[in-house]
Design a protein around this ligand. Sequence first.
Ligand SMILES: [Zn+2]
Length: 674
Amino acid sequence: MTKKFYITTPIYYVNARPHIGHAYTTLACDTIARRQRMMGFDTFFLTGTDEHGQKIQRAAEAAGKTPQQLTDEVSAEFRALWDRMGVTYDDYIRTTSDRHKRGVQELWRRIRDNGYIYKGSYTGQYCVFDELYVDVVGPGAPCPECGRPTETVKEENYFFKLSAFTEQLLDLYTGQPDIIRPETRRNEVIAFVRSGLRDLSVSRSSLSWGIPVPDDPKHVIYVWFDALANYITALGYGSDDDSKYKQYWPADVHMVGKEIVRFHCVYWPALLMAARLPVPKSIVAHGWLLFEESKMSKSRGNIVRTETILDVLGADALRYFLLREVVFGQDGSFSFDALVQRYNSDLANGLGNLASRTLAMITRYFKGEVPYPSGAAARRPADDVIVKLAQKTISEYHGLFEQYQFSRALESAWGLIAAVDKYIVENEPWALAEKPDENNRARLATVLYTSADALRIVTALAHPVMPDATAKIWAQLGLGDIRKFPLADLRWGQLHLGTKLGKVEPVFPRADKSAVERMQKMEEQDRTAAVAEAQPASTAAESGASQAVPQLAEPQKTVAPIAASDGKITIDDFAKVELRVALVKVAEKVKGADKLLRLEVDLGTEVRQIVAGLAEAYAPESLIGRKVVIVANLQPRKLRGLESNGMIVAASPEDGKPVLAGFLEDVPIGARLK
Ligand SMILES: [Zn+2]
């Protein structure tokens, strides 16, 4: 009987558009899923989007859309990106789908009927951003999770008897020690549960964008209850056809970012226990992807879009980089320089070079047919060193991969590439080919067979990580469809003699310096618009003050969250930002930039040039003579080759056009805002 394997990504919250942080989680899961299929498992890989909650409702209102319109758009963007990257998900669940709603309501009924949901009254602080009731006192008290001000709410709510599961959860963590990985996260969760669990509010009556509570539709179900259930509703739980649920549940791996560990390791198993359903086998938490050492966030403007990398280097390069460079479970860093460096050293000069030189020599010296390695006379100890190393690499790689140590697994495989490179140099097949007597001919065959079979082994191992490039090398080796290769049987010597090679072509052309520049430029262009939308929040960030309360990527549900902060800045921090009234003297479009205007503004003491992303909202002539608010002490920077000396302050509604800040009363030019 085939063993099953069920793996899930978190479902991504649609208040942020997809970026490289989301791609990281999804690619890690895709790699695991591809490998499990090659290892012979009946694999099911689920991803999707999380679409309910107050934040979505508010974001939609601000954008003048219905919540459904907004979620349809963003969910489709995620899906299109995964499709473009060749992500092999088996299903894509949306929490606004009927099948999901049905399943969530069924789960609710079951937990309620088992006596674990009751009605109570709640007064307390609620963090809209995290969609969490929090243990703080007083109106506006900062949220302990994210530092944003909380809202006081009082309402009748349904509660889940989480407190009843303290012992069962602790037993679970002890009895099934692999359930939470890595170990550090497991320890954190155990400490949290030991400190005592309070019942969890699982409904809201103050918003409508959610799934109605069965038999009490004035209430909608708490977003986390709703979202976590996707892992079973996607399998048909609560529907007429739950055959997939029976086949695949419990999940073998829930892959999550480290910031959502508590939801997955405490609330989710407790909900399942309350419904008397099996709990997942493991929850694996990865770290955050940092951009040039700082956390990616919309307000910092340092989000890297996946599309940029796909356009310039392709999906395989990104996949390899993320899994090789980041030690799984820890935070990792992304930069374009490091990406291109890795690409050149490990792919162009590493695997790509080994493939092209080995296959080119077989083509030239043996008419493109895998030669017969000598059994005895032409054999040297160096050949057996490669054979042994290859065997060791196979078992090491499998072991590390199963522990999610992708980086070390790849390091081990690339160790074999380096050894074979050295072996080729030392054994000089080109010199052997020059004097083709019988001995040299046998020796040449042995060296090339040894190199080619090592290449085959690395290619098979690396396939789940770099599906496209390895499929090409496999075909060049004359081996057909790599996806059909049973990876569990991989061993030395499976390259058949006389195999006819396919057409040999380079797989990883070297990337020159311009690749970095091109990617930076593409991101710069995308960012220019966002930065020039002039959020007050990014003003604070750029002047070095700690961040206030910008609208950011959702930290609970994505992998590239905001910087931690207590949410408050001192008056001194604010005083660092010099906001002044200025009069627009000149306004004109910037050639070749749809969104940008070049302005000259008068501050009373000086006239300066500012480049701002206002062209879509304001005709240049309508701005002349208008008083605006500018950040006067911003470091100058270049946009489209023009120096911009300051920033114009405007409100920037989500997905809307910027609206300039202004005054109802008359105000002198140069006056400071404080
Ligand atoms: Zn919060």
